[in-house]
Structure formats: C-alpha cells, structure tokens
Design a binder for this molecule. Structure first.
Ligand code: NAP
Length: 243
C-alpha cells in the first residue's frame, strides 16, 4: 500500500534532499513550497526521473488560513489516503545583532519557523491519532541548542521547536505517533552560501560542512521502523561541533 508524506519547504536545499530520499524509500511525497515554483518543479522532476511518485503543494506555512484551506482541501479530495509522515522543514533566518533587530526580523522568523509547526502539525495530527500511525520530524538547528551570536531570533525559534517536539512526543506516544527533531550544524544550501566555509570549517571536528543528503538520511531513519523506539529526541548532525 502506498505511504504518504508531506515535506514543508521540500523544494530546495535540505527539504529537496528529504523529498527525494523519502520518495526513494517508497513514499508518495507532497512537496510544499512557498514561491519558487521553478525549484519545486526541479525536485518533482528528479523524483519522477527515479520512477517515484510526488506532487507539488503550494502554501505559505506561516499563514494559518492558507495552511488549513490547502491541506484540508487535499485531504477532502484524498479521503482514502493517510499522510503518515510530516517533516516540518521550511525555515528562514534573518540574522542581525539583537541591538539592531527590528520587529519584522523577529516576527518573520517566529511566524515561519514556529507558528508553521503549530498550523501544519495540527492539521495532520488528528488523522495520525485516529489511524494510530504517524511520524513527525522537525528540522531545528544547532543554533537552537547552543546559541549563536547574530541569531537571537533564529535560535529562539529553533529552541521553541525543540521544546514543542518533546512535549508533543509525550502527548501522542500512546497513539503510536512519534515526534523527533533533527538538528543540523552547517549544511551546504542556499541558506549558508554567503558564509565563509574555509574559515568556519576550522571549528568543525570533521573539517567540512555537511550535505543535505546526509540530513535526509537521518530523517529517513527517523520515519522508518528502524527507529520505532525513538521519540522526543533531538538528533544532532553537525560534524562534531556540539553534543
Ligand atoms: N542550511 C543549514 O546549514 C541549516 C542548518 C541548520 C538548520 N537548518 C534548517 O533546515 C531547514 C531547511 O534549510 P535550508 O538550508 O534547506 O533552506 P533553503 O535552502 O533556504 O530552503 C528553504 C525552503 O523552505 C521553503 N520556505 C521558506 N519559507 C516558507 C514558507 N513561509 N512557506 C513554505 N515554504 C517556505 C522554501 O520554499 P521557496 O523557495 O518556495 O520559498 C525552500 O523550499 C530550515 O528549517 C533551516 O532552518 C539549515
């Protein structure tokens, strides 16, 4: 029987690698994106080239009404299909020293990185509980574990999701829904392309940035039966920078 997964921000960077990986694992993947349809189409093309199945689903994860309308619309037209995997991956950063940080810098990060978790997860959770089957993986960040200067807003958002992961895992474990977080360090994507990799890699014991595919492999493990006794965990993938 076909298994269904939703990957928010599944069109580029880490989300693209997760979408491709889950499709290869046998999932029909709903690839969410906000605005860059060209990149989303490339991800869909890559999945179809591997003879796997997926579709695009456009909505802004930070907009409660949009999330509700689009996802309930999909579920109403696909009543026989159960979205058993949710990867809350969409995220943004707007780095600045706190003393210069504007209300917008704070609010944009909180709405995209934190409110989104609530809006999207709430929408899928009821069916996971009814079906007694669900895996939720939240992509957080090393910044949310150890802090990072210039990222007070981003660190606060990711720390919030780490706490939410642990609480939700306690709420839904009895209904066979597992909730975990994956916490990357420096991963090569558009988000990190302006960083000085040559300098920063000196801080990393494994002496390099990670790849999106390496993060996707951890997600693949966490949604599989191989991790069936793991819930409420934060799995770091940071080349040894922090544990
Ligand atoms: N790269 C790293 O080193 C690193 C490290 C730690 C954690 N992370 C986390 O990993 C996740 C992915 O990061 P990335 O580096 O892959 O980022 P990225 O390359 O910038 O890709 C971001 C993705 O999120 C989507 N997105 C952004 N805002 C959205 C919204 N409001 N609604 C729906 N989709 C939205 C984008 O879609 P559009 O293109 O359509 O806007 C895109 O697919 C984020 O949560 C990030 O915080 C990344």
């Amino acid at each position: 029987m076909m298994k269904y997964a939703l990957v928010t921000g599944g069109s580029r960077g880490i989300g693209r690698a997760i979408s491709v990986r889950l499709a290869l694992d046998g999932y029909y993947v709903l690839i969410n994106y906000r605005s860059n349809k060209i990149e989303a189409e490339k991800t869909l093309f890559e999945i179809k080239s591997n003879n796997c199945n997926a579709e695009l689903i456009q909505f802004d994860v930070s907009n409660s009404i949009e999330v509700q309308n689009v996802l309930s619309g999909w579920m109403d037209s696909n009543k026989d299909k159960h979205l058993e995997v949710l990867v809350n991956n969409a995220g943004v950063n707007k780095d600045n020293l706190m003393v210069f940080m504007t209300d917008n810098d704070w609010e944009d990060i909180m709405s995209t990185n934190v409110d989104s978790f609530f809006y999207v997860t709430r929408q899928l959770l009821q069916n996971m509980l009814i079906n007694k089957s669900g895996r939720i993986v939240n992509i957080v960040s090393l910044s949310g574990q150890k802090g990072q200067k210039g990222q007070v807003n981003y660190s606060a958002s990711k720390g919030a999701i780490i706490a939410a992961t642990k609480s939700l895992a306690m709420e839904v474990g009895k209904k066979k829904v597992r909730v975990n977080a994956v916490s990357p360090g420096f991963i090569k994507t558009e988000m990190t392309e302006s960083l000085n990799e040559e300098e920063l890699k000196k801080l990393i014991p494994l002496n390099r940035f990670g790849t999106a595919e390496e993060v996707a492999d951890v997600v693949s493990f966490l949604v599989s039966e191989k991790s069936s006794y793991i819930t409420g965990e934060v799995i770091s993938i940071n080349g040894g920078m922090y544990s």
